[in-house]
Design a protein around this ligand. Structure first.
Ligand code: NZQ
Ligand code: ZN
Length: 383
């Protein structure tokens, strides 16, 4: 029997034109900071709609949160919030803008070195409230308490999480996502797909409803992802992908069941050292993780092969084909799945990232089964 608690405090506001609702969702007397990336929200109309919906509230703006948001940039937003006595944070953008905002929310009231929140997971006792508008379906950051922050000075990319940094609300209007280019659209589908896999292709447990929720998300991505790539303006498919990506990492499908996260753990290091997009790292690493753990993962890979890829046959063969079909799916979206295709040397990356895992004394995967040595082998295998 599973044991878990599932509590997700984020109000999801889905559909075209729903930004207008933030007029009521943001407290009337709030002193708001709107946080954004490099300008995409001016092109897709999100910025204008948000400003209109906020009415005559006092609103400051912080621009320039980059993909893989950097501590160095976010520290400036923290200083601005403290100076202007900001009491509500409004991210408008993709996962990076949401993640960066979560760090700012935790850092503003934090006493001490704010990097400790990420470096050592220093307890977050207070945080500014967040409510945002998502423009890139991928990370699930719009409805979870996680953030991944990079530090340029040390080439680190580290995770922190707190129940206090869940957005109070997130607006999901698929019309804003029609301006995503092919690379970011494919990134989103792959990231969401891998999120489910990390919570589904893991040690077997008896969780039939979890399984079917997971399969619902995976099958939706397999069906709708190619439609988005074929017709970037197709608002219906964009919406289905957006909803699927939110459900992939809002805590539901992973509650109480074994989680893996090895692909993400290794992938973050590839971004930190070589600058690959987050989803690109996942498409490269995941087949290698599955092969390295093939014996342990055969039952769940076979389960996925039957339920998601419609395969039949004996477990081992179906499990092998499931790995191939998954990689082929990523490639069909235009995603490259080998390190050499990104100009990265697999042997060098393997040695470098193995050393980093050794320094941290870290292993990843279920029961820490993937040791630094196996991490190196996986990256060599994915050259
Ligand atoms: O900066 P702007 O101008 O906004 O442009 C962005 C950026 O260049 C652009 N973009 C966003 N919405 C757009 C758009 N371009 C055109 N039209 C739109 N509607 O896309 C680029 C990438 O944006 P980014 O926010 O970096 O992408 P994504 O949402 O994939 O976020 C990636 C970050 O999230 C972290 C990743 O590690 C990475 O740092 N993750 C966060 C997680 C979480 N909080 O739970 C889980 C994930 O596993 C992931 O680790
Ligand atoms: Zn991810």
């Amino acid at each position: 029997m599973l044991q878990f608690q599932f509590h997700n405090p984020t109000r999801l506001v889905f559909g075209e034109g729903m930004v207008r609702k933030i007029g009521k969702l943001v407290p009337a007397d709030a002193r708001v900071l709107l946080l954004a990336g490099g300008g995409s929200i001016r092109k897709n109309g999100a910025y204008d709609q948000v400003v209109a919906a906020l009415g005559d509230r006092i609103v400051d703006e912080f621009w320039g949160i980059e993909p893989n948001p950097r501590f160095e940039t976010l520290s400036k937003a923290v200083a601005l919030c403290r100076e202007k006595k900001i009491d509500f944070l409004l991210p408008v953008g993709g996962g990076s803008v949401f993640d960066g905002t979560k760090f700012v929310a935790a850092a503003v009231p934090f006493e001490g070195d704010i990097w400790d929140i990420v470096r050592i997971g220093a307890p977050v006792k207070k945080a500014l409230p967040i409510g945002g508008v998502l423009t890139l379906p991928a990370t699930g950051s719009e409805a979870n308490g996680n953030a991944v922050i990079s530090k340029e000075a040390t080439q680190e990319k580290l995770y922190f999480g707190s129940p206090l940094v869940y957005p109070t609300f997130s607006v999901l209007d698929p019309t804003f996502t029609t301006t995503l280019d092919a690379r970011q659209s494919a990134n989103g589908v792959v990231d969401a797909f891998v999120h489910v896999c990390e919570q589904y292709v893991s040690d077997p447990v008896d969780a039939p409803l979890h399984d079917r929720f997971s399969e619902g998300v995976l099958l939706t991505l397999v069906e709708q992802g190619p439609k988005v790539m074929a017709d970037p303006q197709g608002i219906e498919a964009r919406g289905h992908v957006m909803w699927a990506a939110t459900m992939a990492l809002n805590g539901l499908v992973g509650s109480g069941v074994p989680n893996d996260w090895a692909t993400h753990g290794i992938g973050h290091e590839l971004t930190a050292f070589y600058g690959l997009d987050h989803a690109q790292t996942l498409a490269v690493v995941q087949p290698g993780v599955w092969k390295a753990r093939f014996e342990a993962k055969t039952p769940r890979l076979a389960h996925m092969g039957r339920r998601v890829w419609g395969l039949s046959g004996e477990d081992r063969e179906v499990a092998l084909q499931a790995i191939e079909r998954t990689e082929a799916f990523y490639r069909s979206l235009g995603m490259r799945t080998r390190l050499s295709e990104y100009g990265v040397d697999g042997a060098q990356a393997g040695a470098r990232i193995r050393a980093r895992f050794e320094e941290r004394g870290a292993s990843v995967g279920e029961q820490g089964a993937i040791t630094p040595e196996i991490v190196e082998r996986i990256l060599q295998d994915r050259a």
